[in-house]
Design a protein around this ligand. Structure first.
Ligand SMILES: [Zn+2]
Length: 414
């Protein structure tokens, strides 16, 4: 702990995250999958805290827990504070719940302070996508994008999303009525741990997310010729693994030379995979991310050219298949500026940053002005039981959010 004064309100947020983390599908760890029996217990606890804070709470038909703090003006617009409460298996206590419980703490701190807008706090039920194999189910539901095909997807036990909703006591036929964002929602803010090492290496508490990066995922196959490892002289080989290896080093070098670009070969398989056989076929994956779509496209094109060049040196052909592509999503510029100013007014230098990971904010952003505040992740650690936050960072985030709420004018032009 540093010698900074930390507030008990931040300690309370952290204690609540840790208490929520003890509600787990698997004893002794934190695993809370979408609509699991323990999710109901998590909802019960959260609802209790929300009601203690003077909020009305309801569960919508996608399983999202939603609480409202009403403005005196009934027809006032709405600002949404949100994050998610589902987890990956054997998770930490803060990825998701921090944003929900910090939002609740901000509302509690406001007390009777009048605001010219309603505040809605949403605990999204499904962001990670572990149970049904696709992420952002909640934010897709609230933006009217959850498809019939997605509702029909099944988990490992063969239960569909639709059935899981019914088993939880929800009505999937009412998603279109009960889930959409409140009409006249003018802003949405997600507070989230950074899940990376940048803030820690900069010795900073907070960052304001300006863009969620775009992403390309590809499969590549290097096709050479398998042959005898003893009888085939080096100049006469068509070694698919050696070509791939040269290319992987080029991927690393190219990304290292380009600011903000990250590129990863995360999986490799060499066939036939025997000690005494020259590899004839190599399958690889490529993941490329950048906050600017043009730069990402240029990187992918360059790396594919380099793959062919590495192959050509050895008479190895290369095939590439684009598996998935996600455009970069900018956060709302005006709201992001307001968030920077709020951090500044509370004495914090929140650096601008891009998010290398996907978040619900990128699903909401095309529909409502949205921004994100990142909180330092000690050790850069996330999706791990050792995930943590520092009390002074939580206090900095809470002070920033409160400052934003009391200064934001809903009718100011965004
Ligand atoms: Zn998260």
């Amino acid at each position: 702990m540093t010698n900074q004064i930390v507030s008990t309100r931040a300690a309370k947020v952290i204690a609540r995250c840790r208490e929520l983390a003890r509600i787990s599908d698997a004893p002794g760890e934190t695993t809370r999958l979408f609509l699991s029996p323990k999710t109901r217990d998590a909802h019960t606890l959260l609802t209790w805290w929300m009601r203690q804070g003077g909020l009305e709470a309801r569960t919508d038909d996608a399983g999202n827990l939603r609480a409202v703090r009403r403005s005196a003006k009934a027809d006032a617009p709405t600002l949404v504070l949100f994050s998610h409460i589902d987890t990956v298996p054997n998770a930490g206590a803060f990825d998701g719940p921090l944003g929900v419980l910090l939002g609740l703490a901000a509302i509690e701190e406001l007390g009777a302070t009048p605001l010219p807008f309603h505040l809605e706090l949403i605990a999204f039920s499904e962001e990670e996508g572990v149970r049904f194999g696709f992420p952002f189910l909640s934010s897709l539901a609230v933006t009217g994008q959850l498809s019939a095909e997605q509702l029909a997807r099944t988990d490992s036990a063969g239960i569909s999303v639709e059935q899981a909703l019914r088993d939880f006591g929800l009505d999937p036929d009412r998603i279109a009525q009960s889930c959409p964002l409140t009409p006249n929602t003018f802003a949405a803010l997600e507070v989230h741990i950074e899940q990376g090492p940048v803030l820690e290496s900069d010795n900073a508490s907070l960052a304001v997310v300006e863009t969620i990066v775009g992403q390309s995922r590809l499969n590549l196959t290097f096709e050479g010729q398998a042959n005898h490892a003893g009888t085939t002289p080096m100049p006469l080989r068509h070694d698919a693994l050696a070509a791939a290896a040269q290319w992987i080093v080029e991927v690393e070098r190219y990304a290292s030379d380009h600011t903000q670009l990250v590129a990863t070969v995360g999986r490799i398989e060499a066939l036939p995979g025997a000690t005494n056989v020259i590899p004839g076929t190599t399958h690889l994956t490529l993941d490329v991310r950048h906050p600017k779509d043009e730069s990402r496209h240029a990187a992918v094109a360059h790396l594919l050219t380099k793959a062919e060049a590495a192959g050509a040196l050895r008479g190895v052909s290369v095939r590439a298949k684009l598996l998935a592509e996600q455009k970069a999503v900018p956060m709302d510029r005006a709201l992001t500026v307001h968030l920077h100013q709020a951090a500044e007014r509370t004495g914090h230098d929140a650096k601008p940053m891009f998010s290398g990971a996907g978040h619900d904010a990128m699903i909401l952003a095309p529909h409502v002005p949205t921004t994100m505040l990142f909180v330092r992740s000690p050790g850069g650690l996330s999706h791990h039981p050792g995930e943590s936050v520092r009390e002074e960072d939580v206090e900095a985030a809470l002070a920033t959010v409160l400052n934003l709420l009391v200064h934001l004018k809903p009718h100011a032009k965004h």
